[in-house]
Design a binder for this molecule. Structure first.
Ligand code: MG
Length: 246
C-alpha cells in the first residue's frame, strides 16, 4: 500500500478530513526493545512450572495484554483456576524475575533515529506500554531520555490492556490531543487493534516473527518490514500527511 492510499483510506473510514500530526504514541516491547524473545521465554517457563500447557508462539500473539490479564486467562483456560488480583500479581513477579534472568534486551535498531526525526519535526513522543515493571521504566529513561516526552501510559494507568483502546485513549488524553492528531507505532496484532480502535492512524512494524499480513488484518494502516524502513519513510510520510486530505 502506498502512503497516500493508506492515508486516503484512513480518512475515508474514520470520517476525518485530514491528519494534523502532533503526537506519536509509541509502544515499548518490540518497538523500543527487542524484548519479545525474552518475554515469551519467561512466559513459557512460568506456565510450565505451574503445569499449564502452552506454546511460545501464543505469547507473541498475546503481546499487549497486561501481565495480570495474561496470567488470569491462561490459568483459567489451562488449569481451571480463577486467580485473585493478588495471586496474579505474585505470579507476574515470578515471570518478571525469569525475564530479568535472561539479561537486558537490545534496543531495536533504528528506533532512536525514528524518535529523533519525530522530535525534530516537533511531534511529541508518548510511551504507551502495558508493562508495569519499574526496572523497565527506569531503563527507558536511561536509554531514551528526552527522545520520549514526559507523558507516559504504563500498565499501572489502565484497567484494560490492549487490544482495548484504553491505553491509547489515555495516551491521547495525557497529551491533550484527538485521534486525528496522532500516529501509533506498534509491532503486535493486539497493539495494532488497540491503536486502530482508538481511532488513530496505526503504523505496524514487523520486528519479530509475526508476518506483515497479521498486522494489516489487525487494522494497521501501513506496515513496514523493520524500524529502519520506517525511518527512511518518515520524511515522505510527514509530507503525505500534510498534503492528503479528504
Ligand atoms: Mg509491542
Amino acid at each position: 500500500m502506498t502512503e497516500q492510499n493508506a492515508i486516503a483510506n484512513y480518512l475515508k473510514y474514520s470520517g476525518n478530513k485530514s491528519i494534523d500530526l502532533a503526537v506519536a504514541l509509541i509502544d515499548c516491547d518490540g518497538v523500543l526493545y527487542d524484548s519479545m524473545k525474552n518475554h515469551t521465554r519467561a512466559w513459557v517457563k512460568l506456565m510450565q512450572k505451574n503445569g499449564i500447557k502452552c506454546t511460545r508462539d501464543e505469547f507473541y500473539l498475546l503481546e499487549g495484554m497486561t501481565g495480570a490479564e495474561i496470567i488470569k486467562m491462561k490459568f483459567k483456560q489451562g488449569a481451571g483456576k480463577i486467580l485473585t488480583d493478588d495471586e496474579a500479581r505474585a505470579l507476574y513477579g515470578v515471570k518478571t524475575r525469569y525475564f530479568h534472568e535472561l539479561g537486558e534486551a537490545a534496543i531495536i535498531p533504528g528506533i532512536k533515529d525514528v524518535l529523533t526525526q519525530l522530535k525534530n519535526a516537533g511531534i511529541e513522543r508518548v510511551l504507551v506500554t502495558g508493562s508495569m515493571q519499574p526496572t523497565i521504566l527506569e531503563r527507558i529513561d536511561r536509554d531514551f531520555g528526552e527522545l520520549l516526552g514526559q507523558h507516559r501510559v504504563t500498565g499501572n494507568d489502565v484497567r484494560r490492556g490492549k487490544p482495548h483502546p484504553e491505553p491509547y485513549l489515555k495516551g491521547m488524553a495525557k497529551a491533550g490531543v484527538a485521534a486525528r492528531q496522532c500516529i501509533v507505532i506498534e509491532n503486535a496484532p493486539l497493539g495494532v487493534q488497540a491503536g486502530h480502535a482508538a481511532g488513530c492512524f496505526t503504523i505496524g512494524v514487523t520486528t519479530g516473527p509475526i508476518p506483515e499480513k497479521e498486522l494489516y488484518r489487525a487494522g494497521a494502516d501501513l506496515v513496514y518490514p523493520n524500524m529502519s524502513a520506517l525511518e527512511s519513510a518518515l520524511p515522505s510520510l510527514f509530507e503525505s500527511f500534510k498534503t492528503t486530505t479528504a
